[in-house]
Design a protein around this ligand. Structure first.
Ligand code: C2E
Ligand code: MG
Ligand code: MG
Ligand code: MG
Length: 284
C-alpha cells in the first residue's frame, strides 16, 4: 500500500499503514512493559483420555491481560514476541509459572499423582543456551517428577539449527521430561527427523480434526500417522475436538488423547482447579 510520490522517489505511507506501524510499535513497547509488570497469565486446557474422557493433564496457554485492550490471546501478540525475540523471556516466565502451579496442584491433590502439564516452547527458546539448566533447576526446586512436565515443540524447531535443537532435546530427554511434537502434519520436516528424535508423543494439528467427519483424506492421514506413532511407541493426541462425532472418529482412527472445546476451553487456574477438586474428572 506504499505508493511512490512522484519523481522524487520518496515513499509515503498511507494513513492506514501509518496507523498499523504505530500500533505495532505500541504493541512492542507494551509487550516489554508487560514482562516487567507481570501482565501475563496462563490458561490451562484439559487433555483427556479419549476412550474414557478421564482428565489426564493440561496444556498451559499464555494470555496477556493488557491494561487497555483486555485479555489478549497469542494470535494478538505472538508475532511481535517472536520478531523482537522477547518470546524467549515470555516463554521462560510461562515455564516457571507452569511448574510452580503444577507443584501446588500435585501437593494439594495427592490423589492426582499422574497429573501432567504441557508447556509450549518456541524454537528460539529451544535453542537458547539456558533451557536445559532452567528445566533442571525448576524440577529440582519444586520437587517435580520430570515426566510430569511435557514440552511441546513444533516442527519448525527443526527448521533452523536442527543439530542444536536435537542436542537440547536429547539433554531434556535425559532429564526425563516428556517431549511432544505440536501441530504435527503442518510443517516441513521429514519423517526421518521424527524417527531419530527423542519424542514421546505427537499432537495431530487441528486442521485434520476440524473436518474429520467429512474429509476422507484427512481421516486417512490421521489413521496413517496414528499407526506411525504406535509403531514408534509414541502417544497421539488429537487437537481441536469440538463435537462428539469428531471425538468418536479420532478415537477410532487411533488417537489416545484429545483436547478441545468439547471437553473444555482453556481455563484460568482457579477454574481448572475446580476440575481437580470435584468429581468432574470425566469430561465431554
Ligand atoms: P497450540 O499449542 O497448538 O495450542 C492449541 C490452540 O488451540 C490454543 O489456542 C487453544 O485455545 C486452541 N483450541 C483448543 N481446543 C480448540 C477447539 O476445540 N477449537 C478451536 N478452534 N481451537 C481450540 P491459543 O491458546 O490461542 O494458542 C495458540 C497458539 O499459540 C498455540 O497453539 C501455541 O502455538 C501458541 N502458544 C500458546 N501459549 C504459548 C506459550 O506459552 N509459548 C509459546 N511459545 N507459544 C504459545
Ligand atoms: Mg501446543
Ligand atoms: Mg497444537
Ligand atoms: Mg497450533
Amino acid at each position: 500500500r506504499a505508493k511512490a510520490a512522484g519523481k522524487s522517489g520518496f515513499v509515503v505511507f498511507d494513513e492506514a499503514m501509518h496507523q498499523e506501524a504505530l500500533s505495532r510499535l505500541q504493541l512492542e513497547t507494551d509487550f516489554r512493559l508487560a514482562l516487567e509488570r507481570g501482565e501475563f497469565r496462563i490458561h490451562y486446557q484439559p487433555i483427556v483420555d479419549l476412550g474414557s474422557g478421564r482428565l489426564v493433564g493440561a496444556e498451559a496457554l499464555v494470555r496477556w491481560c493488557h491494561p487497555l485492550r483486555g485479555l489478549l490471546v497469542p494470535a494478538d501478540f505472538l508475532a511481535v514476541a517472536e520478531e523482537t525475540g522477547l518470546i524467549v523471556e515470555m516463554d521462560a516466565w510461562v515455564l516457571k509459572e507452569a511448574c510452580r502451579q503444577l507443584a501446588v496442584w500435585r501437593n494439594r491433590f495427592p490423589d492426582w499423582p499422574e497429573l501432567t502439564v504441557n508447556v509450549n516452547v518456541d524454537e528460539k527458546q529451544m535453542v537458547s543456551a539456558g533451557i536445559v539448566e532452567e528445566v533442571f533447576s525448576l524440577l529440582q526446586r519444586h520437587g517435580l517428577p520430570p515426566a510430569s512436565l511435557r514440552l511441546e515443540v513444533t516442527e519448525t524447531a527443526f527448521r533452523t539449527g536442527r543439530a542444536q535443537a536435537e542436542q537440547r532435546l536429547l539433554a531434556l530427554k535425559a532429564l526425563g521430561v516428556g517431549l511432544v511434537v505440536d501441530d504435527f502434519g503442518t510443517g516441513y520436516s521429514s519423517l526421518e527427523s521424527f524417527a531419530a528424535s527423542p519424542f514421546d508423543a505427537l499432537k495431530m494439528d487441528q486442521v485434520f480434526i476440524r473436518d474429520i467427519a467429512s474429509n476422507p483424506r484427512h481421516r486417512a492421514i490421521v489413521r496413517t500417522i496414528a499407526g506411525f506413532a504406535r509403531e514408534l511407541g509414541l502417544a497421539m493426541t488429537a487437537e481441536g475436538i469440538e463435537t462428539g462425532e469428531q471425538r468418536v472418529i479420532a478415537a477410532e482412527l487411533g488417537c489416545q488423547y484429545g483436547q478441545g472445546y468439547l471437553f473444555a476451553r482453556p481455563l484460568p487456574a482457579q477454574e481448572f482447579e475446580q476440575l481437580l477438586l470435584g468429581d468432574a474428572r470425566i469430561l465431554g
